[in-house]
Design a protein around this ligand. Structure first.
Ligand code: GLC
Length: 460
């Protein structure tokens, strides 16, 4: 592990540099922003992942990160995907665009949609890895009621059919914002229907392409649609009973739901240790339902798990080959036959086995684009989920261990070779001196995942 020391120090420095302090109701809260380049607020699933890295450096920082995150929770239980930093305006859409302050405490400004629900998983990971029992207790007292309220909110409003799979209502809720999985649905949102003032606002104020080349970012048309959805939800007063019925984007996302499955297992485990046994079995039951429902999203014709487009009562299968198709591993939802198929695809050089695996879209897919985000580049966070998922199947297949180790060392190498970027070019095109890292630099998630991967490799 000696040779990782320098890399670990760099990761530690990045997390330190990206830490900000905000004052809420007269109290200081520390939180880590994803990057100083552009993502200058707190993002739900970034923050949860960051805290999982922090616990290996300083337990207190990990506790603070999640306490700071749940401060942004709405009175109805929703934890929004962005908790805005009041001192920053370098991000679009701005805090005031959402008009959500009436739902939060102490005037905290947030978005109105959520993110993959990584929070409970992070809280469980922190408790498993922290050693100060008293501080752990204090932490649990502060965050556990919020996690329970968040899960109850999601189940109530996002699974009205009680089918075990939650519905997301905006591509940003998937965390894989620009994924080609969403192209078909987004195209059905007719651009002529979008008011000109929304388009003008995007044209004038969109900021991401000032920081990154437009070849890496979503198209202007898709940005019109993203903002149109926000305006629509705002018109519906952020009432999710109505939003679910009226949104032109409603999807049972396999990545989001794989995390939901694991999050309910984590919440059940936390309640088992620190809370109420009856409540624990409720979330265990939810996890089981989701696991079964995920297994059933397998589509034999496409040989993959498929998202389901449930917009306005529809039921359309989305079969785009992205790295999300490996996520049911993380939820433990994979049958033996499905496992063979997944391992095969993960090992194919024309699909997902590349210099820096696992590309966010299969390289032989018509949708593959090695620069555009979530359409090709490799992300450390999704690799982490796939590695953790593979580990669950160690005893079920002889190749699993080797693949998990390969992915761990490649992900570490990818960061060591190129730096702490947001995402990476997955293929080596032979061009020397070309930076393989893309997106924002000194990226907190990348630093935190590196710490976790090295920690896990050490304890093998
Ligand atoms: C991008 C990613 C999203 C992430 C956010 C902050 O929008 O698509 O997953 O949470 O950046 O890092």
């Amino acid at each position: 592990m000696q040779n990782y020391l320098e890399l670990l120090n760099e990761a530690k420095e990045i997390l330190k540099r990206n830490t900000i302090t905000v004052t809420v109701d007269g109290k200081p809260y520390e939180r880590v922003i994803p990057s100083r380049d552009y993502y200058v607020h707190q993002w739900l699933w970034d923050s949860a992942g960051i805290a999982m890295g922090q616990v290996h450096l300083n337990e207190e920082d990990a506790f603070n990160e999640l306490v700071s995150l749940v401060a942004g929770q709405w009175s109805n239980g929703l934890i929004p995907h962005i908790i805005y930093n009041p001192r920053e305006s370098r991000y679009y859409p701005p805090a005031d665009q959402w008009q959500t302050t009436r739902f939060t405490k102490h005037g905290i400004k947030t978005s109105g949609i959520t993110d993959p629900p990584l929070l409970a998983i992070s809280a469980e990971y922190i408790c498993d890895n922290a050693s100060d029992e008293q501080k752990k207790r204090d932490f649990i007292d502060k965050v556990l009621p919020s996690i329970v309220a968040y899960h109850d909110h999601l189940k109530r409003y996002r699974d009205p059919e009680d089918c075990g799979l939650l519905t997301i209502v905006h591509p940003w809720e998937s965390g894989t914002d620009d994924s080609p999985r969403w192209d078909g649905i987004l195209k059905r949102i007719d651009l002529n229907m979008i008011p000109t003032n929304i388009k003008a606002d995007v044209d004038l104020n969109r900021k991401d392409i000032r920081y990154r080349g437009s070849q890496e970012r979503p198209t202007e048309e898709d940005y019109y649609r993203y903002i149109y959805l926000i305006e629509l939800f705002k018109d519906l007063s952020w009432d999710y009973t109505k939003i679910i019925q009226e949104t032109p984007f409603a999807v049972k996302d396999i990545l989001f739901n794989s995390i939901w499955e694991r999050a309910n297992e984590a919440l059940a485990a936390l309640l088992h240790t620190y809370g109420n046994q009856e409540e624990a079995s409720k979330y265990q039951r939810w996890a089981e339902e989701t696991r079964k429902a995920l297994t059933n999203t397998w589509n034999e014709a496409y040989r993959q798990y498929c998202d389901i487009d449930v917009t306005q009562g529809n039921h359309r299968v989305i079969a785009v080959p992205t790295n999300a198709l490996f996520m049911p591993l993380y939820a433990g939802a994979v049958t033996d036959q499905q496992l063979d198929s997944l391992l095969h695809r993960l090992s194919q050089a024309d699909e997902f086995y590349t210099k820096y695996s696992v590309p966010s879209t299969a390289i032989n897919s018509q949708y593959f684009n090695k620069e555009r985000y979530w359409r090709g580049p490799t992300w450390p966070i999704t690799n982490y989920f796939i590695i953790e998922g593979l580990k669950k199947y160690k005893t079920r297949h002889k190749d699993v261990d080797q693949l998990a180790n390969f992915l761990t060392s490649r992900t570490i190498q990818m960061i060591r070779d190129n730096g702490f970027w947001e995402y990476f070019d997955p293929i080596d095109d032979g061009t020397k001196d070309k930076a393989k890292g893309m997106g924002c630099s000194s990226f907190s998630w990348t630093a935190a995942i590196l710490i976790q991967l090295i920690h896990a490799a050490k304890s093998l």
